[in-house]
Design a protein around this ligand. Structure first.
Ligand SMILES: NC(=O)c1ccc[n+]([C@@H]2O[C@H](COP(=O)([O-])OP(=O)(O)OC[C@H]3O[C@@H](n4cnc5c(N)ncnc54)[C@H](OP(=O)(O)O)[C@@H]3O)[C@@H](O)[C@H]2O)c1
Length: 214
């Protein structure tokens, strides 16, 4: 069964996500205070795991893995359980299987990667050497299947998805988000084109939120 998905995000009043661009609060409140509120609410959600989009993870692990290597055999085990010491797990779906992890944890939480069958033997060895858990699905952009397997194999019943906008938009369009937890920071970005809460990559007639009531 798919875990419960809560999209937990902080935006400016105009829905933008890049906090270093936001104006200061009107009343002299330090800019860090609303961010601390956002983090505290995230902890209160008490989910079994949390998740970032790939671009957001790449801001932390900035080195890119070379994607050349040996194809995996058809009977390659689809699940690897690495270190699981943290109470929560951190999940990232990596369709290209090219994030070079320099740690087995993000913000103290053990990492779990969803990758596709395009992954190389060498990259799997990198994850195992780091003791990072993974699940292999046919296509890592198929978030429903990836999250269902994560729920089944790792007992994860709830996930807070914490951006960025492209991941939020992909989950929205697939009808996978159960709740929206939106913290509005009292400041403005104002510039067109800056990433916003939901950034589904689609055509002008697509309506990724149609029919949904979050
Ligand atoms: N204010 C907040 O709460 C908040 C939270 C998080 C992040 N942010 C900010 O938002 C910015 C990044 O956001 P973003 O929207 O550009 O990127 P993102 O959502 O973090 O990651 C998007 C990337 O995920 C991959 N992707 C695309 N479709 C996918 C799918 N169906 N399943 C899995 N992966 C898929 C693609 O990678 P490839 O392009 O490699 O194919 C895509 O570029 C950062 O600057 C970050 O600081 C703000």
């Amino acid at each position: 069964m798919k875990p419960k998905i809560i999209c937990h995000i902080i935006s400016s009043v105009d829905g933008r996500l890049l906090n270093d661009r936001w104006t200061e609060p009107f009343d002299g409140t330090p800019t860090s205070a609303p961010l601390q509120v956002y983090a505290a609410i995230g902890r209160e959600l008490d989910t079994d795991a949390w998740m970032f989009g790939k671009n957001t993870v790449r801001a932390v692990f900035s080195y890119k893995w070379g994607v050349t290597g040996h194809a995996i055999p058809s009977d390659c085990p689809a699940v690897f359980v690495g270190e699981r010491r943290s109470k929560r797990m951190f999940i990232v779906a990596d369709p290209e299987a090219d994030i070079y992890f320099t740690s087995l944890v993000l913000r103290g939480d053990n990492i779990l990667v969803i990758i596709g069958r395009n992954v190389t033997e060498e990259y799997l060895a990198h994850l195992r050497e780091k003791r990072i858990s993974y699940v292999i699905v046919d296509d890592a952009t198929d978030l429903r299947t990836g999250l269902e397997i994560v729920g089944r194999e790792f007992g994860i019943r709830s996930v807070s998805v914490q951006g960025g906008g492209i991941l939020n938009g992909a989950l929205l369009a697939d009808g996978l988000i159960d709740e929206l937890s939106l913290v509005i920071y009292p400041g403005i970005d104002g510039l067109s084109g800056v990433p916003s809460i939901f950034e589904y990559v689609g055509g002008a007639t697509d309506r990724p939120a149609a029919g949904q009531h979050l």
